[in-house]
Ligand binder design. Structure first.
Ligand SMILES: Nc1nc2c(ncn2[C@@H]2O[C@H](COP(=O)(O)OP(=O)(O)OP(=O)(O)O)[C@@H](O)[C@H]2O)c(=O)[nH]1
Ligand SMILES: [Mg+2]
Length: 503
């Protein structure tokens, strides 16, 4: 066997991360490779979670990591390259270089990642590929044949044109990579995503970095020490397996602590003596209850309106994306306060906290059972649940905006001069007036000016022309006005009739 070939066979399968702008076809490419149809199952047709798959192509394995392209999932994109040999930078040829394409290019540059540019949707008639190639050069991505050495492949995820060539290109690039990612520790895996399952407990999606991980092994975190034993390992199709080798994407359960994204987890058949760097709770709970009183003082000093929120979500990645999206909402004099952020379904304790703190509960990809919903109703606690992140963000923004008191302007000013004052038997005063500007409106707000000073503010409760009650009286016409509350007007006062309108 040729020496180079022998070396190649010893390499673990490549880990390839698919990145690019929203809707450029990342998940479709994976579907085309896998012969599946994931995107039709995605809420809103967009990817909102990081996921990983093991794919076999011509007897060789490859791990793909699919990342979301929507702008809100910036952190997830960064996490996608934690353990990556190659990035597929997907660009739809009908759209070109978009904001998240640029974001990915920055991630590629910062981490010095080997990249293949994938021009997708070449089946479409609107094809700007030549322009995109030169735009890429301007962004510092120099393609092969265009003054650089970044390989590219033109494909259509829809017709599958170019998919096999892309797979060949991935292996070709990978096989000639001299320095593939190597973990600092033996027998380790890295966490891509974590969530809580009501039955199984903490579950983490991990990629094995090196060694073979087995059910029953002890697991350790470098930061928090012993985590327990691996209770189950599932593959990317959620089938239970006993062990998994390098580059494999797996879901593990059994950890006592919640595993943070990016964390390196060591596994071993025997107990190890790993001293944690620092022991800290991995659960994300209420930040600090003492802050409450401070906040109350702050509230008194600053009339800033606050929308207090409890966020419950399915995964750490979602929670992260929600929190940074909500923190990014900027509204004058309104503060969005994330009082609590936690994984899992809405529970009774959330309702109590929401009631005490006047918080709204926002849930993402979680359930609230009918008992909880009923309790919430009785307690007047609002639970809003979503499966599409940008809708959640829009609604929170709307809710926050509704706290801003509307600004009003006075419109339709009409002016009348008081010429005569008549006292009725019920003691009401009728102000016999002559309208000299605009219109006086019945039931409108009014103020009275005396030598340019406001001496009264109230409402017109009766407006008569001759003997008839009328809706309005125009300039040049005499009328009888009764205002409320009653007011001792003087001859020569000016009555201003106006209505308020929201700006
Ligand atoms: N015509 C055509 N349409 C495509 C092709 N690939 C994907 N699409 C369509 O483009 C849309 C977006 O595809 P996705 O695969 O969901 O895109 P994505 O990049 O995964 O999107 P996010 O994960 O939300 O960032 C879908 O309507 C696909 O059917 C292609 O090669 N040709
Ligand atoms: Mg997708």
């Amino acid at each position: 066997m040729h020496k180079k070939e022998k070396e190649i066979q010893l390499k673990r399968p490549p880990v390839v991360t698919i990145m690019g702008h929203v809707d450029h076809g990342k998940t479709s490419i994976l579907d085309a490779i896998k012969n599946t149809n994931t995107i039709t199952q995605e809420a809103g047709g967009i990817t909102q979670n990081i996921s990983a798959f093991d794919i076999e192509f011509k007897t060789r394995h490859i791990t793909f990591i699919d990342t979301p392209g929507h702008e809100l999932f910036s952190n997830m994109r960064k996490n996608g390259v934690l353990i990556t040999d190659l990035v597929l930078l997907v660009i739809a040829v009908d759209d070109g270089i978009m904001p998240q394409t640029k974001e990915v290019i920055n991630i590629i540059k910062e981490n010095n990642l080997k990249t293949i540019v994938v021009f997708n949707k070449i089946d479409l008639p609107s094809n700007n590929i030549h322009k995109i190639k030169s735009d890429l050069a301007r962004e510092g991505i120099l393609l092969e044949g265009y003054g650089g050495d970044v390989p590219f492949q033109e494909i259509s995820a829809k017709s599958k044109q170019g998919i096999d060539e892309l797979m060949e290109l991935i292996f070709l690039q990978y096989d000639f990579l001299d320095d593939i990612y190597t973990a600092e520790n033996n027998n380790s895996m890295v966490v891509l995503e974590s969530y809580k399952d009501n039955h199984v407990g903490n579950i983490s999606l991990c990629i094995v970095e090196n060694g073979i991980v087995k059910v029953g092994q002890y697991i350790y975190s470098l930061s928090t020490g012993e985590l327990g034993k691996i209770r189950s390992i599932k593959n990317d199709r959620m089938m239970s397996i006993k062990e998994a080798g390098e580059s494999c994407p797996i879901y593990i359960s059994g950890s006592n602590n919640f595993l943070q994204v990016g964390e390196q987890v060591l596994f071993s058949d025997v107990k190890l003596n790993i001293k944690p760097e620092e022991i800290k709770s991995q659960e994300q709970v209420i930040e600090n209850t003492e802050e409450l009183s401070e906040e109350e003082i702050f509230k008194l000093e600053n009339p800033i309106k606050k929308l207090s929120i409890i966020v419950k979500a399915d995964t750490v990645g979602s929670l992260d994306a929600i929190v940074s999206a909500l923190n990014g909402i900027e509204l004058n004099n309104i503060e969005i306060d994330i009082f609590r952020k936690e994984l899992g379904d809405v529970i009774e304790e959330d309702l109590n906290t929401a009631k005490d703190t006047y918080s709204v509960i926002i849930g993402f990809n979680i359930k609230s059972n009918s008992r909880i919903k009923k309790m919430a109703q009785n307690m007047h606690v609002i639970i809003m649940t979503y499966d599409i992140l940008y809708r959640l963000v829009e609604d929170v923004k709307d809710a926050a905006e509704s706290l801003i008191p509307p600004e009003y302007i006075e419109i339709n000013n009409g002016k009348a001069e008081v010429k005569q004052i008549i006292k009725l038997s019920n003691k009401s005063l009728v102000l016999g007036s002559l309208v000299f500007e605009g219109k006086i409106l019945n039931s409108s707000k009014c103020k009275v000016l005396r030598k340019d000073e406001i001496v009264f503010e109230g409402k017109i409760i009766s407006l008569k022309h001759l003997k008839d009650e009328v809706k309005e009286v125009s300039s040049g016409t005499e009328c009888g006005i009764i205002v409320s509350p009653s007011f001792e007007a003087e001859i020569g006062d000016t009555i201003v009739s106006y209505i308020l309108d929201k700006v």
